[in-house]
Write a protein of this length. Sequence first.
Length: 164
Amino acid sequence: MATTDRRNVGYGGGSDPGAPEQGASVTAGSGRRPIVGYAWAAPMTLFGLSIGAVTLLTGGRVERRHGVIEFRDGAAQRLLRLPFLRASAITVGHVIVGRDSRSIASCRGHEHGHVRQTERWGVLFMPAYFVAGVWAQLRGGHWYRDNWFERDADRYCELEWPEQ
């Protein structure tokens, strides 16, 4: 399989001809994203930055990687272990909040799939994600595992993320 630079990969999902196929070998790009994507996702990113601020105030750490800001440790460890959440990392706009560096590294591709989705959906991402979860349950599936947005983000898990 050929390796494709992520900058050439479309920002769509599902049937988007520019999105990578499941299992395709794709290399992450330089982190350069269209300014429109940052602007459209800005309200979500501001919310993510507020979670990040709490993380920093409680001893957390922050890094900028691949065009997003990653927060880890501190309050993020407790937040992501809450019974209704239980996640290694979450993405809010252009912010990834993870339990620790290992957690973020293990799901960076998936989380960047959510960044791409937020660039496409903007403030409509959260309501659309909720509707997709309800739809999955109505069809007899699981609200998270069978959520279209989660399955779409999984398509980016195979990305090769160079260390920065």
